[in-house]
Write a protein that binds this ligand. Structure first.
Ligand code: AMP
Ligand code: MG
Length: 618
């Protein structure tokens, strides 16, 4: 981000003779207009190499992002700005000045005589401009589009660099600079009623489910250890029995049950992991511990607690005879081959979300890899002229920090999905179209927030429809919060893209993200069940809205013989995100009906379990 710039006029006559500086102010005006938030410093100095170098170095060491000089680039004996600049820069960027020269040559062959230099010292970009105001203005036109990106690159601002690369990629792919065909000049002609039909929630869900079926199922194979939380793409069948040999359940003696109770000769000792070599004969037994294989000839295990030592070697290192106190049953305390898992049985079913126990089962069954559903790639884009990066230290007047992008990224993560951050788009048709193109190029499912209601700067729907030929499947839903929620699809770069354009208010964005894209991802990756739903009892009276409402609540479970109790998280207005913090559930409140404007404490409503199901027991 451009924070500060310096303008240096290098001119003996301006410095000494008080000649009016014309090109310096032109540079100043340019920086003011293009970087309205930057602090700008402007000085006039003589054509002295040492002084120029000294000033350049001073500004470079003062967190200045950009230094523009004017003057001293020609062939006069005192013209030394390029020499001074060369002496301080670490990297030269010759194409900047070449581009300026090419442009100037179109106007005058004198441009051949300019020797301007551009380059980088530390984190500062330095560009020499010629001395005349006209030439400065022409050259500024040439460099103006690359300056922000160059500054981001120099400062290693990865997200801005990435956004720019995406946009360049899109422009490259589309072979043109995208510009929107949406006209916002006639604000008085904007519709005063939404042209979109209001859908009921079930209609919206059904539509999304039907459209998302067009997402082509894809499978990838991942190492079992990385598969937790993934959706299994096909039934996985046991190819080996578990256990693979008859195994002892106890520490004791493997015996022949036919021998009944009485004294046995201890022929061998088998610990888990060893293979017994000798088959046993009647009257013999083998000392075994838990998990050890039974020697051939034996069919039961007698636990050590049910035996008595009869005879041991003189050094007590070997048991020679024991007495079995209780007659054993055949198969007693033996896990038969395949008794836990038989060959061909179902280990994990298609659609299961792999948990730790299933990873254990798969690891135990010799599966190194597991086929899982590929999730659609999700991208998140915020829109709004008022938005600043959350990382910005200082808020500009009338601005707010973008809370939605980070929140939605985290929300997707909570539900097991990765997403890419596509930044903030301004409420300008062309800027929005470019940002949308950049985001669509990076995803299958685009989730954007803001710009979908009735304001004159709510441009998402017209830009999607006009510039991307998107089909708007719905643009209004009878719900609170989130009435203007929008779902659209379009083909972009030969692929189907699914677009969820959610209202910008953070609570609306949160609730609608859960109900629409998160739910849609769960459905289209064939994950069993969307959100769990259960009955809950209201802990207090709740006023009802004219629209069905999704109220954020915590659930407590004061009495095991009753339903969980739901307490709303304070004021439910759609800008107050605190009402979603710690919410374990969205209550599905019915719309108010004549004579039923509220639900009394103790009423039962259904709740979608969207958060962690950590019921608090009072
Ligand atoms: P919109 O949906 O664009 O009409 O915005 C509705 C309200 O949500 C306005 O008050 C916006 O300032 C606010 N808003 C929009 N986007 C965001 C965001 N990314 N983070 C925080 N607030 C937002
Ligand atoms: Mg907006």
């Amino acid at each position: 981000m451009m924070k500060a710039a310096a303008i240096i006029t290098v001119s003996d006559s301006c410095f000494k003779d008080n000649l009016k500086d014309k090109s310096g102010p032109a540079l100043l005006e340019f920086v003011r207009q293009n970087f309205p938030d930057a602090n700008i410093y402007k000085i006039i100095i003589p054509d002295e190499k040492e002084i120029i170098e000294q000033e350049l170095k001073y500004f470079c060491s003062s967190n200045i992002n950009l230094i523009l000089t004017t003057g001293g680039t020609g062939l006069g004996p005192r013209d030394v700005t390029p020499e001074a600049t060369k002496a301080v820069i670490y990297k030269e960027i010759p194409a900047i000045t070449t581009a300026m020269t090419i442009e100037s040559l179109k106007k005058t062959p004198m441009a051949m005589l300019s020797r301007a230099v551009a380059g980088v010292r530390d984190r500062t970009l330095i560009i020499n401009f010629p001395g005349s105001k006209k030439a400065v203005t022409e050259c500024l036109e040439v460099v103006k589009d690359v300056l922000p990106h160059a500054i981001s690159l120099i400062n290693n601002e990865l997200s801005e660099v990435r956004t720019m690369h995406d946009r360049m990629q899109v422009q490259h792919i589309c072979g043109r600079n995208i510009s929107s065909s949406v006209d916002i000049s006639k604000v008085a002609l904007r519709p005063r009623e939404s042209p979109y039909q209001m859908l009921e929630m079930t209609e919206a869900f059904n539509l999304i489910d039907a459209v998302m079926m067009q997402w082509e199922e894809q499978v990838e194979v991942v190492p079992v250890e990385n598969s937790v939380g993934r959706v299994v793409a096909q039934d996985i069948i046991a190819k080996e029995p578990m256990p693979p040999f008859p195994a002892s359940v106890k520490d004791g003696y493997a015996c022949l049950s036919l021998d009944g109770a009485g004294v046995r000769k201890v022929r061998a000792a088998v610990t888990a992991g060893e293979t017994p070599l000798t088959p046993l004969l009647p009257g013999e037994c083998a000392r075994v511990n838990t998990g050890a294989p039974l020697p051939l000839g034996t069919d039961c295990v007698v636990q050590v607690e049910d035996t008595k030592l009869i005879k041991a070697s003189a050094d007590h290192k070997t048991e020679l005879e024991i007495e079995v106190l209780v007659a054993p049953q055949p198969h007693q305390d033996v896990r038969a081959i395949g008794s836990d898992i038989s060959v061909g049985s179902l280990l994990v079913e298609k659609g299961n979300v792999i948990d730790a126990a299933q990873i254990g089962v798969l690891a135990g069954a010799g599966y190194l890899n597991v086929p899982v559903m590929v999730y659609p790639k999700v991208a998140i884009l915020s829109t709004g002229n008022e938005l600043q990066e959350p990382t910005d230290e200082v808020l500009k007047p009338s601005h707010i920090r973008d809370s939605n992008r980070m929140m939605l990224k985290a929300l997707f993560k909570e539900h097991g999905y990765d997403s890419v951050d596509c930044g903030i788009a301004r409420d300008d048709p062309t800027e929005l179209a470019r940002a949308l193109a950049g985001a669509l190029a990076r995803c299958d499912v685009l989730v954007c927030t803001g710009g979908v209601s009735m304001g004159d700067r709510d441009l998402l729907k017209p830009v999607l429809a006009k510039d991307f030929g998107a089909e708007i499947h719905f643009g209004r839903v009878r719900m609170k919060p989130g009435k203007p929620s929008t779902f659209a699809t379009c083909r972009f770069q030969d692929k189907m893209k699914f677009i969820f354009a959610l209202p910008g208010n953070p609570v609306s964005a949160y609730v609608c993200c859960l109900l629409f894209p998160v739910r849609a991802l769960r459905q289209c990756t064939r994950r069993r069940g969307a959100f769990a739903r259960c009955g809950v009892r209201l802990a207090h009276d709740v006023a009802l809205d004219a629209r069905p409402e999704y109220a954020r609540a915590v659930l407590r479970w004061p009495r095991p013989d009753d339903l969980p109790h739901a307490t709303l998280l304070g004021n439910q207005c759609s800008s107050r995100l605190l009402s979603a913090c710690g919410a374990g559930a969205l209550l599905e409140l019915p719309p108010a009906a004549p004579g039923a404007a509220q639900l009394a404490a103790g009423s039962v409503v259904t709740a979608l379990i969207t958060g962690r199901f950590d019921l608090t027991t009072l």
